[in-house]
Write a new protein. Structure first.
Length: 408
């Protein structure tokens, strides 16, 4: 039972996949850790699709460093999963069966789209041209990608529609079941003696020297040598933060559908992650254990709204069925919406803040699940070993003040 005088080496604010991974890594590293979240493991991380694609986001800032970080974290996943499953005693559905990016021509499917393309995109966009441009760009970065025809695509995945005309194969891409991953991380944190405090953080405890802990909504003051802020899209809203310490984070809504194939049609679920480009829109179908798949995802700038809308569900099912026709016969298991934490330059904020005692690990956008192992390792190395890889400094939060000519 936490008391008002409780003290920890580290307090982690936020119980998504990033916060849980950090708390677990620090806890098993010997630090006393408290993780504070009303519902650890039950937020947006748990409903993500679980794609582990180490491809660049084409950010104008820190692009090479971000690509390297993506690849580092993807490469760390096998060992991360092995240790996590051993510690938690449960599977997280990790597989490394590859992925495809597919261009679909709806005219070939004999269907007209009832849904408008995104703003600025013509209805009959050149999907094949888009895939070719992605291939050229990713090839220039040295990524292991392979261009395929529609026929070659269907040889690997017979359930893909004949309207697929071109595809990129990512042979070594993995995936994980995010819901199982989050549950396993909660169990692993408990095994590592991390105190899971199911409370809300009211504000920071700060003095003239920096952050000394947090106040909880049950009236408890929690003292900590370091506070790690990993609260996703809510990170910049924490009371007690001086202006400029945490760059504003934009919540980008993503709606997803979990479906399940009939037992006599499991072979009609793809074995690889399928990302597709349909009439200027993006859609993905990610296979999951038990004949299930996740269909997504929208990208909506709607503030903190997490409602599931009829229009989005119809559009996702429509587009997914143009790529994998068997999706029309699948059973809907769940409809969800979550908020991805997006920073202005699409690069996460990982590193010490301008306040002593406050470390940021937030703003991972749609790559929170992918970047969990590498982010946890960065936080551990900095707090425990006092070291940081030079390339990771590109993610330090103070990059925003430096760009505007301010150093304090």
């Amino acid at each position: 039972m936490t008391s008002p005088s409780s003290s920890y080496d580290v307090a982690v604010v936020g119980g998504g996949v990033i916060g849980l991974s950090i708390a677990w890594r620090l806890g098993k590293g010997g630090l006393s850790v408290a993780l504070i979240d009303p519902d650890p493991g039950e937020g947006v991380s748990a409903i993500a699709a679980g794609m582990l694609g180490p491809t660049t986001t084409r950010s104008p800032y820190a692009e090479k460093e971000l690509q390297r970080f993506n690849a580092t974290s993807a490469a760390a996943y096998p060992a991360f999963v092995t240790e996590l499953e051993k510690s938690s005693g449960m599977s997280v559905g990790y597989e490394c069966s590859g992925a495809m990016l597919i261009a679909v021509e709806t005219a070939m499917a004999g269907k007209s789209s009832a849904f408008p393309p995104p703003v600025g995109v013509e209805r009959h966009s050149d999907g094949a041209g888009f895939v070719e441009s992605v291939y050229k760009y990713q090839s220039s970065l040295g990524l292991p990608v392979e261009m395929m025809s529609g026929e070659q695509c269907r040889e690997l995945e017979p359930c893909i529609s004949p309207s697929a005309v071109k595809a990129i194969l990512y042979e070594d891409e993995g995936r994980v079941d995010p819901g199982q991953l989050c549950i396993a991380l909660v169990h692993a944190c408990n095994a590592a003696k991390v105190d899971m405090l199911r409370q809300r953080v009211v504000r920071l405890v700060a003095d003239g020297r920096g952050v000394r802990g947090i106040y909880l909504d049950n009236g408890v003051q929690l003292n900590a040598g370091t506070t790690v802020l990993a609260a996703g899209a809510w990170s910049h809203l924490l009371k007690g933060l001086p202006a400029g310490v945490v760059q504003p984070i934009r919540p980008l809504k993503g709606q997803v559908i979990r479906v399940r194939a009939r037992m006599d049609a499991i072979e009609r679920i793809p074995t690889r992650t399928i990302r597709a480009y349909v009439d200027g829109r993006h859609v993905y179908v990610v296979p999951q254990p038990g004949g299930q798949a996740v269909i997504g995802a929208t990208l909506e700038d709607q503030g903190y709204d997490t409602s599931v809308t009829v229009e989005a569900v119809q559009r996702l099912l429509h587009d997914a069925s143009l790529v994998v026709p068997s999706m029309e016969d699948a059973e809907i298991v769940a409809l969800n919406a979550g908020l991805r934490p997006a920073v202005a330059d699409n690069v996460p904020m990982i590193g010490p803040s301008l306040l002593e005692g406050l470390f940021l690990a937030t703003g991972h956008g749609r790559n929170g699940v992918l970047l969990a192992p590498a982010t946890a390792e960065v936080v551990h190395d900095f707090l425990v070993r006092g070291v940081v890889d030079e390339s990771v400094t590109a993610f330090f939060p103070h990059r925003f003040t430096l760009r505007h000519g301010r150093t304090s």
